[in-house]
Design a protein around this ligand. Sequence first.
Ligand SMILES: [Zn+2]
Length: 52
Amino acid sequence: MSKEIANKTKEETYYKCTHCGDEIFWNTNKKLIECKCKAIYIDGCEDYVRGI
Ligand SMILES: [Zn+2]
């Protein structure tokens, strides 16, 4: 059960809100994180990323 998944790009992925300019990191540890103006949100962990 060994994992060998390269996640180079994932480590640097941020979602930027075009309304308020807030940036949210893709991995929120399964918490729903909203930007300041609440136009976007991210809910992510190592298995999945949801949002926007
Ligand atoms: Zn915003």
